[in-house]
Design a protein around this ligand. Structure first.
Ligand SMILES: Cc1cc2nc3c(=O)[nH]c(=O)nc-3n(C[C@H](O)[C@H](O)[C@H](O)COP(=O)(O)OP(=O)(O)OC[C@H]3O[C@@H](n4cnc5c(N)ncnc54)[C@H](O)[C@@H]3O)c2cc1C
Length: 474
């Protein structure tokens, strides 16, 4: 008997497993693949995800394997510098191969005590009042109190749950791969620059010694079950560039579509959805993995609270209430970005106009805060602007604020030195620091770093501790 079974050990599943283990929840992750994927997609970790890694003490390990780049040029790949003074101690983009980040997160989850079984596909499940019976493809049955589908865009769990996944199907696809070329670099560079003047979806650039990474848009959709061939790449290159650049010796070939869909619900009884299982959209702006990891961060402590028995009645439902609108917004901004990438004259004119508008600091800042997810404000009711937002990392007398959040507990940061977390001290840490650079007297942080309360009154604080952390222990 497990507390939680997670279907899928991608970035979302691995992050969720680690978050649950911080609270001693018995977790089993089932991953259908036995080996890491062969294609190496470089993903960008945006500011909020980098902050989450810092909050759990993972950032140093990730920095060793990734490359820092300026936090700019995300929105529809419009080339503008990042605005000055973004509200984060980690205001950069971190480029890292997806298999590396997945490996690091899985390693972290296992180190915290999660069990991960590879080569095990979830094929069915049935839920009752006490738990979920999960059936694997080989017929083995396992039992847990909750099941979370983190099994990607074609999620088996979502389909079996019967949750609708409305949205737009793929209308175009993009071929992506790494291969060698038969012509000089200068010839390629000149042609690529010419094509990219009108079609920024196309790219063809060096990705290591003698190897090029090729990304080619293609009208229509093919059978997704069939991987693309080198001939598909050659044909499409001839159509777009008038030459296939003599491409040969592919390292890997892949394709992705532009479907945009959002699950109607994130929870049905004891079964929940997170990451691509709950939302899919084109990769423009590089938000999918970030969104999934942030779903896991939001869900982990709430599901753990439910299992440990201290969750207030509606806590678990705040997962959907908070995260589904965030996904809706990401889907919308990718729809807008896809329009802006179209080579048609109308969208190109809108793109030129937006490019001008982004010279206004507020416009540029708004778009960057949206894509990097540092602009998110959950609806916790009326209150000061900070309420519902995440708090940036700040210096405190014991070092960095985020350094105090590694254990995934709540935190009261008290500049008045008068307040107490009382009977919640088993779930919420306390730090008195009159020197902390904070525009308010005290903040209560949830384990995901969002501000659950701002003020200086003990009774008001106790009400909010109850709201988020349940009944006091004594
Ligand atoms: C070209 C491209 C570039 C991208 N770039 C970025 C980027 O820069 N930044 C970004 O944030 N996102 C990016 N993304 C999106 C990102 O890759 C996905 O959003 C991310 O992988 C979603 O993570 P996940 O864990 O939710 O799902 P997945 O990564 O799909 O993981 C799901 C896991 O579940 C397993 N699984 C499936 N079915 C079962 C089953 N029945 N039983 C057990 N296991 C199962 C799968 O094998 C897989 O390991 C990009 C995507 C593409 C296509």
């Amino acid at each position: 008997m497990f507390d939680v079974i997670i279907s899928g050990c991608g970035p979302t599943g691995a992050m969720l497993a680690a978050e649950l283990r911080l609270h001693d929840v018995r977790v089993l992750v089932l991953e259908q693949e036995t080996e890491p994927v062969s294609f190496v997609r470089i993903v960008g970790l945006h500011i909020r995800s980098i902050e989450l890694m810092a909050m759990r003490g993972l950032l140093e390990r990730i920095l060793e394997r990734g490359r820092q780049r300026p936090a700019a040029g995300f929105f529809a790949a419009i080339d503008k510098p990042a605005p000055e003074g973004l509200d984060s101690a980690y205001a950069y983009l971190l480029g890292i191969p997806q298999p590396v980040i997945v490996h690091l997160l899985e390693e972290h989850a296992i180190a915290l005590g999660a069990q991960v079984r590879h080569g095990c596909a979830v094929a069915g499940f049935a839920q009752d009042d006490e738990g979920v019976t999960v059936e694997l493809a080989d017929g083995e049955q396992l039992r847990s109190r909750y099941l979370v589908g983190c099994d990607g865009g074609r999620s088996t769990v979502r389909k079996l749950l019967g949750v609708g996944f409305p949205g737009e199907p793929s209308r175009t696809e993009t071929l992506m791969g790494e291969m060698e070329v038969g012509v000089p670099q200068e010839e390629i560079a000149a042609k690529v620059a010419e094509i990219r003047e009108t079609d920024r979806r196309f790219s063809f650039g060096p990705a290591g010694v003698g190897v090029y990474r090729v990304v080619i848009p293609k009208a229509g959709v093919s059978d997704r079950a069939e991987p693309p061939t080198l001939e598909d790449f050659k044909q499409q290159l001839r159509t777009i560039a008038g030459t296939d650049f003599g491409v040969h010796s592919p390292r890997w070939l892949s394709r992705f579509g532009d479907a945009t869909r959002l699950a109607e619900r994130y929870r049905l009884g004891r079964v929940l959805l997170a990451g691509d299982a709950a939302h899919i959209h084109p990769p423009i702006g590089g938000q999918g993995l970030n969104l999934g990891v942030q779903d896991a961060f939001n869900l982990g402590w709430k599901l753990a609270a439910q299992i440990r028995g201290w969750a207030p009645e509606t806590l678990l439902d705040t997962y959907q209430a908070e995260r589904r609108p965030v996904a809706e917004d990401v889907l919308d901004n990718t729809r807008a970005q896809m329009e802006l990438l179209s080579p048609e004259p109308g969208p190109q004119a809108v793109r030129r106009l937006l490019t001008e508008l982004m010279d206004f600091d507020e416009v540029n800042r708004h778009l960057i805060e949206k894509i990097t997810a540092i602009g998110i404000r959950y609806d916790f009711g009326a209150g000061p602007d900070l309420l519902g937002r995440r708090l940036r990392d700040i210096d405190v007398k014991q070092g960095h604020l985020y350094g105090l959040l590694h254990r995934g507990r709540g935190l009261l940061l008290d500049r008045t030195e008068r307040l107490t977390v009382g009977g919640w001290s088993d779930r919420v840490d306390y730090l008195a620091d009159p020197t902390a650079v904070l525009g308010v007297p005290c903040v209560l942080l949830r384990p995901d770093g969002h501000v659950a309360w701002v003020g200086d009154d003990q009774q008001d604080l106790d009400d909010h501790l109850s709201r988020w952390f349940g009944k006091p222990a004594n």
